[in-house]
Write a protein that binds this ligand. Structure first.
Ligand code: MF3
Ligand code: CO
Length: 252
Protein backbone atom coordinates (compact mmCIF):
# COMPACT_ATOMS: atom_id res chain seq x y z
CA UNK A 1 0.00 0.00 0.00
CA UNK A 2 1.11 3.50 -0.88
CA UNK A 3 2.55 5.85 1.71
CA UNK A 4 2.04 9.45 0.76
CA UNK A 5 4.77 12.06 0.75
CA UNK A 6 4.30 15.62 2.03
CA UNK A 7 2.98 16.96 -1.25
CA UNK A 8 0.50 14.11 -1.57
CA UNK A 9 -0.57 14.55 2.03
CA UNK A 10 -1.36 18.19 1.24
CA UNK A 11 -3.46 17.00 -1.69
CA UNK A 12 -5.34 14.55 0.52
CA UNK A 13 -5.95 17.27 3.10
CA UNK A 14 -7.45 19.58 0.47
CA UNK A 15 -9.70 16.83 -0.90
CA UNK A 16 -10.77 15.76 2.59
CA UNK A 17 -11.67 19.27 3.63
CA UNK A 18 -13.62 19.78 0.41
CA UNK A 19 -15.59 16.55 0.97
CA UNK A 20 -16.35 17.54 4.56
CA UNK A 21 -17.52 21.04 3.67
CA UNK A 22 -19.83 19.69 0.99
CA UNK A 23 -21.26 17.06 3.35
CA UNK A 24 -21.91 19.71 5.99
CA UNK A 25 -23.67 21.94 3.46
CA UNK A 26 -25.89 19.09 2.26
CA UNK A 27 -26.61 18.13 5.87
CA UNK A 28 -27.84 21.63 6.63
CA UNK A 29 -30.64 21.08 4.12
CA UNK A 30 -31.85 17.79 5.63
CA UNK A 31 -35.35 18.44 7.00
CA UNK A 32 -38.86 16.97 6.84
CA UNK A 33 -40.49 17.44 3.42
CA UNK A 34 -37.38 17.51 1.21
CA UNK A 35 -36.79 14.65 -1.23
CA UNK A 36 -33.51 12.85 -1.73
CA UNK A 37 -33.66 13.92 -5.39
CA UNK A 38 -33.65 17.56 -4.24
CA UNK A 39 -30.71 16.86 -1.93
CA UNK A 40 -28.92 15.18 -4.84
CA UNK A 41 -29.51 18.20 -7.09
CA UNK A 42 -28.17 20.46 -4.33
CA UNK A 43 -25.12 18.21 -4.07
CA UNK A 44 -24.54 18.47 -7.82
CA UNK A 45 -24.77 22.27 -7.72
CA UNK A 46 -22.47 22.59 -4.72
CA UNK A 47 -19.88 20.34 -6.34
CA UNK A 48 -20.00 22.28 -9.59
CA UNK A 49 -19.67 25.61 -7.76
CA UNK A 50 -16.71 24.29 -5.76
CA UNK A 51 -14.95 23.02 -8.90
CA UNK A 52 -14.93 19.44 -7.75
CA UNK A 53 -16.18 16.14 -9.14
CA UNK A 54 -18.32 13.44 -7.52
CA UNK A 55 -16.48 10.14 -7.13
CA UNK A 56 -19.80 8.29 -6.96
CA UNK A 57 -21.55 9.67 -10.05
CA UNK A 58 -21.36 7.02 -12.77
CA UNK A 59 -19.25 4.77 -10.55
CA UNK A 60 -19.61 1.03 -11.09
CA UNK A 61 -20.58 -1.21 -13.99
CA UNK A 62 -21.13 0.43 -17.40
CA UNK A 63 -24.55 -1.16 -17.78
CA UNK A 64 -25.80 0.17 -14.43
CA UNK A 65 -23.60 3.03 -13.19
CA UNK A 66 -24.50 4.72 -9.89
CA UNK A 67 -26.77 7.65 -10.91
CA UNK A 68 -26.41 10.02 -7.91
CA UNK A 69 -23.80 12.61 -6.90
CA UNK A 70 -23.76 11.13 -3.40
CA UNK A 71 -25.55 8.19 -1.77
CA UNK A 72 -28.73 8.95 0.21
CA UNK A 73 -29.66 6.01 2.44
CA UNK A 74 -32.88 6.38 4.44
CA UNK A 75 -33.78 4.36 7.57
CA UNK A 76 -33.43 0.65 6.69
CA UNK A 77 -31.17 1.45 3.72
CA UNK A 78 -27.61 0.76 4.81
CA UNK A 79 -25.71 2.16 1.82
CA UNK A 80 -25.94 3.14 -1.87
CA UNK A 81 -29.46 4.58 -1.65
CA UNK A 82 -30.36 6.12 -5.03
CA UNK A 83 -31.83 9.64 -4.86
CA UNK A 84 -35.52 9.82 -5.80
CA UNK A 85 -38.24 12.45 -5.95
CA UNK A 86 -40.47 9.82 -4.35
CA UNK A 87 -38.32 9.50 -1.23
CA UNK A 88 -39.53 12.36 0.97
CA UNK A 89 -37.93 12.83 4.36
CA UNK A 90 -40.27 12.67 7.34
CA UNK A 91 -39.92 13.67 10.96
CA UNK A 92 -38.17 10.85 12.84
CA UNK A 93 -36.26 9.46 9.85
CA UNK A 94 -32.51 8.97 9.76
CA UNK A 95 -30.59 9.64 6.54
CA UNK A 96 -27.03 8.59 5.77
CA UNK A 97 -25.32 10.77 3.18
CA UNK A 98 -22.14 9.26 1.73
CA UNK A 99 -20.27 11.93 -0.20
CA UNK A 100 -17.01 11.28 -2.04
CA UNK A 101 -15.20 13.66 -4.40
CA UNK A 102 -12.10 14.03 -6.48
CA UNK A 103 -10.37 17.33 -5.99
CA UNK A 104 -7.04 18.04 -7.71
CA UNK A 105 -6.22 14.34 -8.23
CA UNK A 106 -7.13 13.12 -4.76
CA UNK A 107 -10.22 11.56 -3.28
CA UNK A 108 -12.00 12.61 -0.09
CA UNK A 109 -14.67 10.21 1.18
CA UNK A 110 -17.01 10.83 4.11
CA UNK A 111 -20.41 9.89 5.45
CA UNK A 112 -22.71 11.18 8.17
CA UNK A 113 -26.07 9.92 9.40
CA UNK A 114 -28.42 12.88 9.87
CA UNK A 115 -31.50 13.06 12.07
CA UNK A 116 -34.63 14.32 10.32
CA UNK A 117 -36.52 16.40 12.88
CA UNK A 118 -36.85 14.57 16.18
CA UNK A 119 -35.85 10.90 16.11
CA UNK A 120 -36.59 8.06 18.54
CA UNK A 121 -34.19 7.41 21.43
CA UNK A 122 -33.17 4.10 19.82
CA UNK A 123 -32.35 5.78 16.49
CA UNK A 124 -30.43 8.49 18.30
CA UNK A 125 -28.49 5.89 20.26
CA UNK A 126 -27.67 3.89 17.12
CA UNK A 127 -26.20 6.99 15.45
CA UNK A 128 -24.19 7.89 18.56
CA UNK A 129 -22.88 4.34 18.85
CA UNK A 130 -21.80 4.25 15.20
CA UNK A 131 -20.03 7.61 15.61
CA UNK A 132 -18.34 6.38 18.78
CA UNK A 133 -17.12 3.28 16.94
CA UNK A 134 -15.71 5.42 14.12
CA UNK A 135 -13.75 7.54 16.59
CA UNK A 136 -12.55 4.43 18.45
CA UNK A 137 -11.38 2.94 15.16
CA UNK A 138 -9.60 6.14 14.15
CA UNK A 139 -7.72 6.22 17.47
CA UNK A 140 -6.19 2.86 16.59
CA UNK A 141 -4.93 4.13 13.21
CA UNK A 142 -1.43 4.63 14.55
CA UNK A 143 1.86 3.66 12.89
CA UNK A 144 2.95 0.24 14.16
CA UNK A 145 -0.61 -0.96 14.77
CA UNK A 146 -2.39 -3.28 12.34
CA UNK A 147 -5.59 -2.89 10.33
CA UNK A 148 -7.18 -5.46 12.62
CA UNK A 149 -6.69 -3.11 15.61
CA UNK A 150 -8.99 -0.61 13.91
CA UNK A 151 -11.52 -3.38 13.24
CA UNK A 152 -11.38 -4.61 16.85
CA UNK A 153 -12.06 -1.17 18.29
CA UNK A 154 -15.09 -0.73 16.03
CA UNK A 155 -16.42 -4.22 16.75
CA UNK A 156 -16.07 -3.71 20.51
CA UNK A 157 -18.48 -0.76 20.47
CA UNK A 158 -21.06 -2.67 18.41
CA UNK A 159 -20.84 -5.68 20.72
CA UNK A 160 -21.16 -3.56 23.84
CA UNK A 161 -24.31 -1.89 22.47
CA UNK A 162 -25.75 -5.01 20.84
CA UNK A 163 -25.72 -3.62 17.32
CA UNK A 164 -25.43 -5.65 14.16
CA UNK A 165 -22.27 -5.12 12.11
CA UNK A 166 -22.65 -5.15 8.34
CA UNK A 167 -20.00 -7.52 6.96
CA UNK A 168 -20.46 -7.26 3.20
CA UNK A 169 -19.09 -3.71 2.99
CA UNK A 170 -15.92 -2.41 4.60
CA UNK A 171 -13.63 0.59 4.85
CA UNK A 172 -10.74 0.97 2.44
CA UNK A 173 -7.57 2.71 1.45
CA UNK A 174 -8.27 5.99 -0.33
CA UNK A 175 -5.98 8.25 -2.35
CA UNK A 176 -5.78 8.82 -6.08
CA UNK A 177 -8.59 6.25 -6.35
CA UNK A 178 -11.67 6.04 -4.14
CA UNK A 179 -11.07 2.38 -3.32
CA UNK A 180 -7.50 1.26 -2.73
CA UNK A 181 -5.87 -1.44 -0.63
CA UNK A 182 -6.23 -2.41 2.16
CA UNK A 183 -9.76 -3.32 3.14
CA UNK A 184 -10.73 -2.11 6.63
CA UNK A 185 -13.43 -4.42 8.01
CA UNK A 186 -15.69 -3.36 10.88
CA UNK A 187 -15.21 -6.77 12.53
CA UNK A 188 -12.07 -8.65 13.49
CA UNK A 189 -10.39 -11.34 11.41
CA UNK A 190 -7.99 -14.04 12.62
CA UNK A 191 -5.19 -12.23 10.75
CA UNK A 192 -3.68 -8.94 11.98
CA UNK A 193 -3.84 -7.48 8.50
CA UNK A 194 -1.51 -4.84 7.11
CA UNK A 195 0.89 -3.01 9.44
CA UNK A 196 0.10 0.71 9.49
CA UNK A 197 2.81 3.16 8.43
CA UNK A 198 2.99 6.96 8.27
CA UNK A 199 1.46 8.33 5.08
CA UNK A 200 -1.25 5.70 4.65
CA UNK A 201 -4.69 7.17 4.07
CA UNK A 202 -7.79 5.18 4.95
CA UNK A 203 -11.55 5.55 4.81
CA UNK A 204 -12.93 4.07 8.01
CA UNK A 205 -16.68 3.50 7.83
CA UNK A 206 -18.68 1.48 10.36
CA UNK A 207 -22.21 0.43 9.34
CA UNK A 208 -24.33 -0.72 12.29
CA UNK A 209 -27.91 -1.97 12.51
CA UNK A 210 -30.49 -1.96 15.31
CA UNK A 211 -31.60 -5.49 14.40
CA UNK A 212 -29.99 -8.20 12.32
CA UNK A 213 -27.14 -7.15 10.02
CA UNK A 214 -28.35 -9.45 7.23
CA UNK A 215 -28.67 -7.50 4.02
CA UNK A 216 -31.02 -7.44 1.07
CA UNK A 217 -30.26 -5.96 -2.36
CA UNK A 218 -32.98 -4.02 -4.17
CA UNK A 219 -33.73 -4.79 -7.85
CA UNK A 220 -32.16 -1.41 -8.80
CA UNK A 221 -28.78 -3.09 -8.38
CA UNK A 222 -27.51 -0.54 -5.85
CA UNK A 223 -29.72 -0.04 -2.81
CA UNK A 224 -28.66 -2.22 0.13
CA UNK A 225 -31.12 -2.65 3.02
CA UNK A 226 -31.41 -4.56 6.25
CA UNK A 227 -33.35 -7.72 5.52
CA UNK A 228 -35.45 -7.25 8.69
CA UNK A 229 -35.94 -3.53 7.83
CA UNK A 230 -34.37 -2.41 11.08
CA UNK A 231 -32.61 0.97 11.08
CA UNK A 232 -29.03 1.27 9.87
CA UNK A 233 -26.46 3.99 10.54
CA UNK A 234 -23.25 4.67 8.57
CA UNK A 235 -20.51 7.17 9.33
CA UNK A 236 -17.14 7.62 7.66
CA UNK A 237 -13.99 9.70 7.76
CA UNK A 238 -10.92 9.76 5.56
CA UNK A 239 -7.89 9.71 7.84
CA UNK A 240 -4.12 9.87 7.50
CA UNK A 241 -1.74 7.72 9.51
CA UNK A 242 1.13 9.97 10.60
CA UNK A 243 4.30 9.89 12.66
CA UNK A 244 2.12 10.94 15.60
CA UNK A 245 -1.67 10.91 16.18
CA UNK A 246 -3.99 10.03 13.28
CA UNK A 247 -5.17 13.04 11.32
CA UNK A 248 -8.85 13.24 10.36
CA UNK A 249 -8.87 14.75 6.87
CA UNK A 250 -12.64 15.06 6.41
CA UNK A 251 -13.25 17.91 8.82
CA UNK A 252 -14.71 21.20 7.46
N1 MF3 B 1 -18.33 6.51 -1.12
C1 MF3 B 1 -18.64 5.11 -0.97
C2 MF3 B 1 -17.65 4.51 -0.01
O1 MF3 B 1 -17.69 4.93 1.11
C3 MF3 B 1 -18.74 4.42 -2.27
C4 MF3 B 1 -19.91 4.86 -3.06
S1 MF3 B 1 -20.00 4.02 -4.52
C5 MF3 B 1 -21.40 4.59 -5.25
O2 MF3 B 1 -16.79 3.73 -0.27
F1 MF3 B 1 -21.32 4.31 -6.49
F2 MF3 B 1 -22.43 4.05 -4.71
F3 MF3 B 1 -21.51 5.86 -5.07
CO1 CO C 1 -15.77 4.83 1.67
Amino acid sequence: MICRNDRERQGMRAAGRMAAELLRSVGERVRPGISTAELNELTRELMERAGTVSASYHYGPKKNPYPGYACFSLNDIIIHGIPSKDILLRDGDILSVDLAIFYKDFCGDNTATFRVGKVSPSADHLIRGTEEALMAGIQEAVAGHYVNDISAAIEAVARREGYGIVREFVGHGVGREMHEEPQVPNYTLPQRGLKLRPGMSLAIEPMFTLGSADIQNDPDGWTVRTRDHSLAAHVEHTILVTENRPEILTLP
